[in-house]
Ligand binder design. Structure first.
Ligand SMILES: Cc1cc2nc3c(=O)[nH]c(=O)nc-3n(C[C@H](O)[C@H](O)[C@H](O)COP(=O)(O)O)c2cc1C
Length: 369
């Protein structure tokens, strides 16, 4: 296949996989697409380990990373978030809410350490994202995508000097223009049906708007692409490729627990709701009893990013250890309703492409007919 995106990176197929899981990244790149590693939960040392591994396995194929550079976040006085930064009101509320449901607390004496291990993985400030970029530049990465705001121009210039393309994740036209003004090479237009942080505009409306607004800068379509007909629609609307996140969560290579995968396979599209419960910013995720904690009458307000994420980590650990099925949640888009059983990354890509070919033939037939 040949689009501006395949040409830019030397790919065989215009399929980009966003994943926090290195195996998904490698399998996608080895299949002719491009894996992009989400780094929000990697410290610089962890990222180095992941990139070492990817380098050993990716067989020279192109790959990238995705960092979160939020335009707005709560300033933390310390270089990294500590337990002392986590507000008591919200953490006590959650602790009590889970106690009432009989979900065991974390083991006495280990709780703080377990929580801190998770908290130390959060990388949501500009300084932390910059440290990740430094590590990434030690490797022959081809693309760095930045979410939650246009990247600083100096960062774009630095990456260009290093031969790395810069991508921007956007949910509306105004943001797309801002990214282009900052010098990005490629945009990811993400509709509101996507998993993770989203805006309010659906993919069907957003994709062509962004394509028109930033031409000739290529646009990848994200949000609601889980099969080949959706991929065909994305390219028909002017996108140069697709950027998928949710669909990889249910693959064999995904590092989600089997309990979490099972929950995803059982879910319908309407169970992927938008909530501030996980990060303090509107994020589409699987509804669960844990998410509903924040809808109760006595619930405190959610906190700004990254404090909300830090605050809820303890509950996520408790729920996971208790294997409390109905409490499990993770970011996922509305395509969750299409995910029914575990497949390998290669199978997902094969199905995507064969259905894309069928859809293209059908369209050609309509025109000829
Ligand atoms: C579990 C999960 C975590 C995500 N985390 C991030 C992130 O850290 N940074 C980012 O730019 N996008 C993130 N996203 C959004 C994806 O990059 C992608 O745009 C989105 O998943 C596409 O829509 P889809 O979920 O319908 O495939 C996340 C998505 C999921 C499902």
């Amino acid at each position: 296949m040949k689009t501006a995106a395949t040409e830019m990176f030397g790919l065989d197929i215009p399929v980009f996989a966003f994943s926090h899981c290195r195996d998904v990244v490698v399998e996608t790149s080895r299949s002719g697409g491009m894996g992009v590693l989400g780094c929000t939960y990697h410290s610089p040392d962890q990222l180095r380990r992941e990139l070492d591994w990817i380098e050993r396995h990716v067989e020279g194929r192109p790959y990238g990373i995705d960092v979160l550079l939020p335009a707005a976040y709560a300033r933390i006085e310390t270089p990294r978030i500590t337990l002392g930064d986590i507000p008591r009101e919200q953490s006590e509320y959650l602790r009590h809410y889970l106690d009432q449901a009989g979900i065991p607390r974390l083991p006495e004496g280990q709780a703080d350490e377990l929580i801190m291990t998770e908290v130390s993985r959060l990388n949501m400030t500009r300084e932390q994202a910059a440290a990740l970029v430094d590590v990434a530049l030690e490797y022959p990465i081809r693309l760095i995508v930045n979410a939650l705001g246009a990247p600083p121009v100096e960062m774009v210039e630095r990456l260009h000097k290093a031969g790395v393309k810069v991508g921007g994740m956007v949910g509306k036209v105004e943001h797309a223009r801002r990214h282009v003004a900052a010098g990005v090479d490629i945009l990811v237009a993400q509709g509101m049906e996507a998993g993770g942080h989203t805006g309010d505009i659906t993919s069907m409306i957003l994709w062509p708007q962004v394509v028109d607004a930033v031409a000739p800068v290529p646009v990848l379509a994200a949000g609601g692409v889980g099969n080949g007909r959706q991929m065909a629609a994305a390219l028909a609307l002017g996108a140069e490729g697709v950027w998928c996140g949710s669909i990889w969560l249910g693959t064999r290579e995904s590092d989600l627990t089997s309990d979490m995968k099972q929950r995803l396979f059982e879910a319908e599209s309407e169970n992927a709701i938008q909530s501030k419960a996980r990060t303090g910013k509107k994020c589409r995720l699987l509804d669960s009893k844990l998410i509903q904690a924040w809808n109760q009458k006595d619930a405190p307000d959610t906190l700004p990013l990254p404090l909300q994420t830090a605050t809820v980590l303890e509950s996520y650990l408790r729920v996971e250890r208790a294997r409390a099925h109905e409490w499990l949640s993770c970011p996922v888009g509305q395509v969750v309703g299409q995910m029914q059983h575990e497949m390998t990354v290669k199978q997902v890509i094969f199905e995507l492409l064969s259905e894309f070919a069928d859809a293209s033939e059908r369209m050609a037939g309509i025109v000829e007919g």
